[in-house]
Ligand binder design. Structure first.
Ligand code: SF4
Length: 236
């Protein structure tokens, strides 16, 4: 090895397995949307995906699609489409590229996964303004355009919260509880609280593994994670 000849980068061994998981996920969503085998919910990245999963929904994340549009460079052509219908160029590019994708009927999913014609059509949209309020304008666009029902959970903005008080937790819990009747009506089945507990426990375990067992490995020298995508794309 010389300075001009850096060592070959090794792939993370789990990459192929993760690619299979993502492929199964997108084909599963497509099957749900095209055959009606399961109801499809669109959900913001901060949830409440656990509730939806526990109720049997196939869950699509528009922010995930927005990231895909950026990483595949589709967004360059798509963002102006959203700007043309009134969305500012200064707001979240995941939002504008996803709406542009809808307007232009163009998605990298079709290229990455042959047989998938479009993003899965939603039966219900559920958003949570905990992460930012842009999601409200994003999801409401689809409500106005179409067919599906929407529910929201409006957590207090994080920037305004100094202490997470019991009152705030109770407020958010009640808003999430209020989603249940609509979701039961769309799903056609009753909420099983044990299934919710199991799903939340899995989600918590996953978050802890990512934070403590995976991302912490980047502190080692040499680090097993060398790129942004090692730490972000692979966490999906
Ligand atoms: S800015 Fe808001 S809408 Fe955009 S990706 Fe981030 S959390 Fe989602």
């Amino acid at each position: 090895m010389t300075a001009s000849n850096p060592p070959a980068r090794k792939k993370i061994r789990a990459t192929e397995q993760m690619a299979r998981i993502m492929s199964d996920y997108f084909y599963g969503l497509n099957e749900a949307a095209t055959t009606g085998s399961r109801k499809v919910a669109w959900c913001t990245s901060v949830g409440p995906a656990e509730l939806l999963r526990a109720m049997g929904f196939a869950v699509h994340f528009p922010e995930n699609h927005g990231a895909m549009l950026g990483s595949t460079r589709y967004s360059t052509d798509l963002i102006p489409e959203a700007n043309a219908v009134g969305y500012s160029p200064d707001i979240c590019s995941y939002l504008t590229s996803d709406i542009g994708s809808y307007l232009k009927k163009s998605t990298p999913l079709s290229k990455a996964y042959p047989g998938i014609a479009s993003v899965p059509k939603p039966d219900v949209l559920v958003y949570n303004t905990n992460q930012c309020r842009d999601v409200q304008d994003w999801f409401n666009w689809y409500i106005r355009e179409g067919s599906s029902r929407s529910r929201r959970s409006a957590s207090p903005g994080r920037k305004n919260v100094v202490d997470v008080s019991e009152g705030l937790v109770d407020d958010v819990a009640r808003q999430i509880e209020a989603l249940v009747p609509t979701l039961e009506a769309v799903a056609g089945n009753r909420l099983d609280i044990d299934h919710v507990r199991e799903t939340v426990a899995l989600s918590r375990r996953c978050s802890r593994l990512l934070r403590h067992d995976v991302l912490q490995t980047a502190r080692n020298r040499p680090t097993p994670m060398t790129t942004c995508s090692d730490g972000t794309i692979h966490m999906e």
